[in-house]
Write a protein that binds this ligand. Structure first.
Ligand SMILES: Nc1ncnc2c1ncn2[C@@H]1O[C@H](COP(=O)(O)OP(=O)(O)O)[C@@H](O)[C@H]1O
Ligand SMILES: [Mg+2]
Length: 388
């Protein structure tokens, strides 16, 4: 058994999720559980710089170099806060700042920063990071990677399931049942998660709010069905999987335009937020209707968006008769599911096993993911775990 810390900050850049995990065995009998998790919010000034760096031209080489180290130090701090005694390994996803999707949908570059050397230096632990790059090198999208964890931990005996993460961007895994051993999973980004909602909440509150807590503001509005139908015409939603997206497409600029469009339509602010909340919900529901290889009986939610009651109520209504649940119902804290993923991927890399499946990312083959930065415990860890 290894004690592995998973670290992650997604496109919301709300803070660093850190989870101490206990991981044992090997697929298909791998066990993984979260011992404790904690989110270390970014200092507001650092968050502003990260959000700026995510936009084209938002950061030059100097700023990127400095951010890489500062974020690395923050990640080390987040790791130390959950560490306790006897940790073995860290899996750090880093902070996503750029995901380069070409016009034909291929991903040619993806950048997650947060210097691993800073994390190894400050924790004494061996670090695996930069997980997405190898999958991109193998011709894949580099994302979503969470399907590997879903495949290991969340398949149903006889039914197809969908597992939906709602972070800044949304991503889904369609999981075949255990009794269909030949069936393949499918995974892709569904489109915007909380990203546009966070931007709109900030814009319409003059910066007072960074998100619509519990979806309370959107709940006061009314969905403009005609506008929603127009928004769903966005070509991303029709594009067949595998596909991924990011803040480059569902950007702050798009949110600002949505605000103006809503005003032109005579909508009040709550109704703009309600309609864009419906866009996130409908893009998820449409993905569930259009793309799974077989009908899904249940949608399992994770990520911050599962706490948006307005969004979840829409999903419940539009996905009937499929059930809507949360990963917490299955013993996986939905705030730290992706942190658990990067702990598991680090564990798999450490044991020289692949952590990506071609059916998730469109890569030519699965890969042993990431890069290893030896920490002070490197030799001891090798001695303990090496099986020739
Ligand atoms: N109580 C809540 N009500 C509504 N939205 C929430 C709530 N808590 C978190 N969120 C949303 O979740 C986002 C963070 O989700 P997270 O899963 O951390 O995304 P990411 O992986 O992009 O960092 C916040 O920016 C916010 O939009
Ligand atoms: Mg987050």
């Amino acid at each position: 058994m290894l004690r592995v810390i998973g670290l992650l900050s997604g496109t919301s850049a709300d803070g660093i999720d850190a989870a101490l995990c206990e991981i044992d065995g090997a697929p298909p009998k791998l066990s993984a559980r979260i011992v404790r998790g904690q989110t270390l919010p970014y200092a507001p000034a650092l968050r502003e710089r990260i959000l700026a760096a995510m936009q084209a031209g938002g950061a030059d080489a100097q700023e990127m170099a400095v951010l890489n180290v500062e974020i690395g130090k923050s990640f080390a701090q987040a790791a130390r806060e959950v560490a306790g005694e006897d940790c073995d390994l860290i899996g750090s996803h880093g902070q996503t700042v750029w995901h380069q999707v070409e016009a034909d949908g291929r991903v040619t570059a993806t950048l997650q920063i947060g210097e691993a050397a800073e994390i190894a230096e400050r924790t004494g632990l061996t670090v695996v990071n930069n997980f997405r790059a190898r999958d991109v090198a193998a011709g894949g999208q580099g994302a979503p990677l969470v399907g590997y964890l879903d495949w290991l931990l969340l398949r149903h005996e006889s039914e197809w399931r969908a597992v939906q993460n709602i972070g800044g961007v949304g991503n889904v895994t369609f999981l075949p049942p255990l009794n269909a051993p030949g069936a393949r999973m499918m995974a892709f980004d569904t489109g915007p998660g909380n990203a546009l909602l966070d931007n709109l909440a900030a814009l319409m509150s003059n910066g007072r709010l960074s998100y619509d807590e519990d979806g309370a503001w959107a709940a006061q509005g009314r969905v403009d069905e005609g506008w929603l139908a127009e928004l769903m015409e966005h070509p991303y939603f029709r594009q067949p999987p595998p596909k991924t997206t990011g803040r480059e497409l569902f950007s702050p600029a798009m949110a600002a335009e949505l605000k103006l469009d809503g005003q032109r339509r005579g909508l009040d602010e709550a109704s703009v937020l309600a309609t864009v909340t419906a866009l996130t919900a409908e893009s998820i529901a449409a993905a569930c209707r259009n793309f799974p290889p077989a009908p899904v009986s249940e949608l399992i939610l994770a990520g911050g968006g599962r706490l948006n009651r307005t969004l979840v109520a829409m999903l419940r209504q539009w996905l009937t008769p499929a059930r809507v649940s949360v990963s917490d119902d299955y013993g996986i804290d939905g705030d730290f599911k992706e942190a658990l993923l990067f702990a598991v991927l680090a564990y798999e890399t450490w044991h020289n096993r692949i952590g990506s499946l071609p059916e998730q990312t469109g890569a030519a083959h699965g890969s042993v993911l990431g890069q290893i930065t030896p920490g002070a415990n490197y030799a001891a860890l090798l001695r303990r775990t090496w099986r020739p």
